[in-house]
Design a protein around this ligand. Structure first.
Ligand SMILES: NC(=O)c1ccc[n+]([C@@H]2O[C@H](COP(=O)([O-])OP(=O)(O)OC[C@H]3O[C@@H](n4cnc5c(N)ncnc54)[C@H](OP(=O)(O)O)[C@@H]3O)[C@@H](O)[C@H]2O)c1
Length: 214
């Protein structure tokens, strides 16, 4: 299977990539810098998800049909009421919402997604309107809630595909911090397992497969 993963040079994206390569899957990553690993089944392409030109160039370079797209690249800008800035809001929206949506749309128009492709938007429990306790970063939560809406809308349009949001857990990465209880390897294994066993579209799951309310 051909997997495409954004933001795979570190954190959860890197852990997913390593596990898939161990299992002899084919992986194309979209990254801004360089990969810390090399593998015969790994192809690294440049991608800045907040830049429409970069998305366009990335899409052109995809040379094999995609079975699974994991929109993993994301940014956490810590801003809380009443100190939220327009800049923080717009950057969060560009990276966490617009980037994933436009990438799907461009890949679709270019015919790069397999008819039965699985599209996975890495969201967050902090983007769940039902679950919010109101303590999280406002730009982050709003951009992930909007990403969840993109998931739902795309699931209605891409009828033969599966489009879902996944919360990866609170994971020990640069973003999650050192107090996070879940290791990137655990989260990655869970996410891959959820994707392989996926039989529904338009839903929000965590990395163990548990349903989360929007
Ligand atoms: N860690 C957690 O506890 C947690 C919880 C819930 C959800 N998530 C979500 O899980 C995903 C991965 O998070 P993580 O913890 O692995 O974060 P991370 O360690 O901070 O890694 C973020 C990745 O996204 C890439 N990225 C950021 N902005 C980008 C842009 N504009 N264009 C292209 N790539 C960009 C980074 O690339 P550079 O190295 O170039 O910056 C990096 O590869 C994110 O969507 C995050 O919101 C994480």
């Amino acid at each position: 299977m051909h997997w495409v993963i954004t933001g795979a040079n570190r954190g959860i994206g890197l852990a997913i990539t390593k596990k898939l390569l161990q299992e002899n899957e084919e992986v194309t990553v979209g990254i801004r810098t360089s990969m810390p690993i090399e593998h015969q089944n790994l192809r690294a392409l440049k991608l800045e998800v907040s830049d429409p030109v970069s998305i366009e160039e990335f899409v052109v370079k995809i040379d094999k049909p995609i079975d699974v797209l994991i929109n993993n690249a994301g940014v956490l800008i810590e801003e809380r009421f009443p100190e939220v800035t327009e800049e923080g809001m717009l950057l969060s929206f560009k990276v966490n919402t617009l980037g994933p949506y436009m990438l799907v749309q461009e890949l679709y128009k270019a015919g790069k997604l397999r008819e039965s492709a699985k599209i996975i938007n890495i969201s967050s429990i902090l983007g769940s309107i039902t679950n919010t306790g109101g303590t999280s970063s406002i730009p982050y939560s709003i951009s992930k809630a909007a990403l969840n809406m993109a998931t739902k809308l795309l699931s209605h349009k891409l009828k033969n595909m599966k489009v879902i949001s996944i919360h990866p857990g609170w994971v020990k990465t640069d973003m999650g911090g050192s107090n996070a209880p879940v290791l990137p390897e655990e989260s990655a294994a869970g996410i891959i397992n959820v994707i392989r066993n996926l039989d529904k579209s338009g839903i929000f799951l965590d990395y163990t497969g548990k349903l989360i309310e929007w």
